[in-house]
Design a protein around this ligand. Structure first.
Ligand code: ATP
Ligand code: MG
Length: 414
């Protein structure tokens, strides 16, 4: 074999694509109930869109981006997430000047140079939503509600919504100082990455996966205790609206999202089972991002849900998605004349919206039948010399064995 798929990528094979299509169409359907419109942005962007001037300190931006120079020397990055490109499109196309809010969804591959693990890949796929233009906790609540609707529609029970507030730049500054003071005498015990985070963005230390760092941050000051009045009110209202919506949640003061642009609400949907990659959906509010990208000061909130992780969790819960249902008709023919007649009939049926299979492997009569069973044909039609002559044929329902005679002018009724 010449080569294999690059590490961390996978093919979605014909046997699996039905599940993907099912999840995607469920997501589209739910989004449309919230009057969300789809946005499709390019697979790559100028690198500065993700790096920005402020110096993002997250793993995604510091270590995981697929960045390269194109042939004209422009630095390009394969999109690691969907929010920044949607923001760029919103600003570039002047959508902010239209009536707000702007409610968007997308289905997109994302690229991150990560260490491969179950549920962690280098090309993965996200279902994403964004609401731009509303500072109201109503927007946060609708975003969370869309994700909750997805899990509910899929019948998932072992999943929990965890919420937190990461405050705004003003109140975060106070927390930052308190956190630094708390960690000062623990600095030597931190991992190298966190030593670097200590001055740049100490809050990220709370999110470190290393066991040593996790021990050291036990008892650290919580952002929730430092919220300013505006952030506190926002969080209280958000909780009250989702409660009214009938959405259950737990407050988890340790949630720090994986991207630095978040403000106020941060949330995750996490499997209640002990598992390594249990976070299936993450999101929150980012009231300064649109301005950072060069647009007018505009609030925003959204989430990203990993499709691979969603499939993993569905598997864990033993939930099977609807299987490939098989074709409506298999037309079985004997001889060249019958084959031509069958091909004409197949085209008529397909034009009428039916799915039809015919043999193209030179199978004999018996093997065409076997094949009809294999592909789970719901009905078979046999065309021989007589059928060609009379123009009528019989349709056999494979589930019941019932046969119906159909004349040429009755085809429309099939
Ligand atoms: P994690 O903590 O697992 O690294 P994250 O905080 O980096 O996640 P986000 O940037 O919030 O994740 O992305 C949203 C969702 O996309 C995640 O909740 C997860 O379901 C999915 N996701 C993120 N990175 C990967 C990956 N490398 N492979 C598969 N799915 C991923
Ligand atoms: Mg990550």
């Amino acid at each position: 074999m010449l080569t294999q798929a690059p590490k961390g990528t996978s093919d979605i094979l014909p046997a699996q694509s039905g599940k993907w299509q099912y999840l995607e169409s469920l997501f589209r359907d739910i989004c449309s109930r919230y009057a969300m419109k789809e946005i499709r942005t390019p697979m790559f962007e100028h690198t500065e869109l993700f790096v920005r001037g402020v110096g993002d300190t997250t793993d995604v931006v510091e270590k995981q981006m697929y960045s390269f120079d194109d042939l004209a020397g422009r630095n390009i990055t394969l999109k690691p997430e969907g929010t920044s490109p949607a923001v760029r499109a919103f600003v570039e196309n002047g959508i902010y000047a239209e009536t707000q809010p702007t409610k968007l969804y997308y289905i997109t591959p994302c690229f991150r140079y990560e260490k491969m693990q179950k549920g962690r890949y280098r090309q993965f796929h996200q279902l994403g939503t964004e609401i731009f233009g509303s500072a109201s906790p109503m927007a946060d609540a609708e975003i969370v509600s869309i994700a909750a609707d997805m899990f509910e529609a899929l019948g998932m029970k072992e999943i929990e919504l965890r919420i937190n507030s990461v405050g705004c730049p003003e109140c975060r500054a106070k927390h930052r100082e308190a956190l630094k003071a708390f960690l000062a005498d623990k600095f030597d015990g931190l991992c190298d990455t966190c030593k670097g985070r200590y001055n740049k963005n100490p809050m990220r230390i709370l999110d470190c996966k290393s066991k040593e760092c996790q021990k050291l941050v036990e008892g650290a000051p919580m952002m929730l205790d430092y919220l300013c009045d505006d952030c506190k009110d926002h969080f209280e209202e958000f909780k009250s609206i989702i409660t009214d919506m009938g959405i259950e949640y737990v407050v988890d003061p340790w949630i720090v999202r994986g991207l630095d642009y978040y403000t106020k609400t941060a949330f995750e949907f996490v499997s209640t089972k002990e598992m390594a990659q249990g976070t299936v959906c993450g999101g929150g509010r980012y009231d300064n991002l649109i301005e950072q990208v060069g647009g007018p000061s505009t609030p925003g909130v959204g989430f990203g849900m990993g499709i691979e992780r969603l499939l993993l969790l569905l598997g864990e819960e033993g939930i099977a998605l609807p299987e490939d249902e098989g074709v409506d008709y298999m037309i079985i023919t004997m001889g060249d004349e019958a084959r031509g007649y069958g091909a004409g009939l197949a085209r008529k049926l397909r034009r009428a919206g039916k799915s039809v299979q015919m043999d193209m492997m030179g199978r004999n009569f018996k093997n065409q039948f076997k094949y009809a069973n294999k592909i789970k044909a719901k009905n078979t039609i046999i065309i021989g010399e007589d059928e060609v002559k009379t123009g009528s044929f019989s349709v056999k329902n494979m589930a019941t064995g019932e046969q119906t005679s159909v004349s040429a002018d009755e085809i429309d009724k099939l």
